[in-house]
Design a protein. Structure first.
Length: 250
């Protein structure tokens, strides 16, 4: 729905500017106005496209970074679940329970908190720290246990790093300067074209320009907050490790 509204709104704006602008200024155009206007429009459109393309690429990179990070974190959680069982001892159930609680918080309340307040929940940190303390206090008696403990510490450190990255992505927000530049690019490019008669074909071509810009800007907006609609990334990796590992029977 957001994408449709953005496309319709942008088409309406550019066509309105074209029709009204041509009607108001048509008596002021000279013979060389179309050529000069086309030259200026081309330059503005090029700069506008460059700005939007760079921001779009940045948002896509962060979106993919988050997606990869979720898979890595879910994998680390699954490894911890099985490594503590391989290690053995009295702490197995405590670690597994903390991992279960952590995953439920991370994919539930914390995901909502990231979308609304761009913050990580202390409850999830608490569960991660509980596991970290248990693993740090383990006293390996064999080379096998020493290796498992080392791997578990590495996984827990990775989880902490990925959590910080996730919060950093949530905190990243566009300033009004980007939206000002993006809007100005569309409006100014259209203003340069008001010297052309707003016939059916011209308005159709202008609608393609406006609609495509509206779609791209809506995509940028959606990707700017991957924790909320319309571009929300669901924590599928967490759901899979929860069902396939943490809740599965040994």
């Amino acid at each position: 729905m957001v994408f449709v509204l953005a496309v319709v709104a942008t088409i309406t704006v550019v066509c309105s500017i074209q029709v009204v602008g041509h009607r108001v200024l048509r008596h002021r155009f000279t013979e060389d106005t179309p050529d000069f206007a086309a030259s200026i429009a081309f330059r503005i459109a090029a700069l506008h496209g460059l700005i939007v393309a760079l921001i779009f690429a940045q948002e896509m990179f962060e979106y993919q970074q988050l997606e990869i990070g979720l898979v890595q974190e879910a994998t680390a959680i699954g490894d911890l679940h099985y490594d503590i069982a391989r290690y053995g001892g009295a702490d197995v159930e405590a670690v597994r329970t903390a991992l279960l609680d952590y995953t439920r918080i991370a994919m539930g309340p914390e995901w909502v908190a990231l979308s609304e307040d761009a913050t990580l929940l202390g409850a999830a940190w608490h569960e991660r720290e509980a596991v970290y303390e248990i693993v740090l206090n383990l006293e390996p008696e064999t080379a096998r246990q020493e290796t498992l403990r080392t791997h578990m510490i590495a996984d827990l450190q990775l989880i902490a790093e990925l959590r910080e990255v996730r919060e950093g992505i949530a905190l990243t927000a566009f300033t009004g300067l980007f939206w000002l530049a993006a809007t100005a690019g569309i409006v100014l490019t259209t203003l340069c074209l008001v010297c052309y008669t707003p016939g059916v074909m011209n308005l159709m071509l202008l609608s393609i320009f406006g609609g495509f810009n509206g779609l791209v800007l809506a995509l940028v907006y959606g990707l700017s907050n991957p924790f909320a609609a319309p571009g929300a990334l669901e924590p599928v990796a967490f759901a899979r490790v929860l069902e396939a590992d943490l809740l599965a029977a040994d």
